[in-house]
Design a protein around this ligand. Structure first.
Ligand code: UP5
Ligand code: MG
Length: 190
């Protein structure tokens, strides 16, 4: 997987900005494998792994799980997929995540899809999601927003300075957001 032909797109944006929703659309149209770091961590909790309790506590507090744990899960999922095109959703969340991923995998994203959305709208979506996520309560949501502002936005700034960010207005209805996403993935742009 250190092969140069592997395509990685980081899909970033605040909690509830629509990363998972739009990744599902992208997969249907463009042949990528969707890897949600949060989904992989939640599956790790369910599997009863030795890290499960630690991961569960971090997610409940909206904190960022140590890079080595998340990167191992991502690498395993990439290897198991048999694909060479990946949407990595919700990772990297801080500078340390970003630097560790590049160091360990030798990969850099082709570009970064950034879903930009106002906090009020994201909060509304998360509070009405009702999928039993332990972090979808107002206390944890506030913590997730703070971590996003303090730790994750600087990663987006970093890639923006390298000209790699494709910013999408994510406050619009799902179909309209996907129209904008499609423009990014048309061959002349991607
Ligand atoms: N919805 C979506 N799009 C909409 C639209 N355009 N208009 C109206 N409604 C829309 O969407 C959220 C909800 O909004 C859904 O009900 C959807 O139908 C609706 P979704 O697509 O799920 O948004 P998403 O951005 O994926 O929100 P999510 O809650 O998954 O984002 P987070 O970044 O908070 O969650 P994630 O799972 O990535 O991480 C959870 C936690 O895991 C983190 O807080 C952290 O503790 C841990 N984590 C790490 O430690 N490291 C990692 O690398 C990753 C995660
Ligand atoms: Mg998600």
């Amino acid at each position: 997987l250190t092969d140069k032909k592997v395509t990685v797109v980081f899909v970033l944006g605040g909690p509830g900005s629509g990363k998972g929703t739009q990744c599902a659309n992208i997969v249907e149209h463009y042949g990528y494998t969707h890897l949600s770091a949060g989904d992989l961590l939640r599956a790790e909790i369910k599997s009863g792994s030795e890290n499960g309790t630690m991961i569960q506590n971090m997610i409940k507090e909206g904190k960022i799980v140590p890079s080595e744990v998340t990167i191992k899960l991502l690498q395993r999922a990439m290897n198991e997929s048999g694909n060479d095109k990946f949407l990595i959703d919700g990772f990297p969340r801080n500078e340390e995540n970003r630097a560790a991923f590049e160091l360990v995998t030798g990969m850099e994203p082709t570009f970064v899809l950034f879903f930009d959305c106002l906090e009020e709208e994201m909060e509304r979506r998360l509070l009405s999601r009702n999928q039993g996520r332990e972090d979808d309560n107002i206390e944890t949501i506030r913590k997730r927003f703070r971590v996003y502002m303090e730790s994750s936005l600087p990663v987006i700034e970093y890639y923006n300075s390298k000209g790699k960010v494709r910013k999408i207005d994510a406050a619009k209805p799902v179909e309209e957001v996907f129209e904008a996403v499609k423009e990014v993935f048309t061959p002349s742009n991607a």
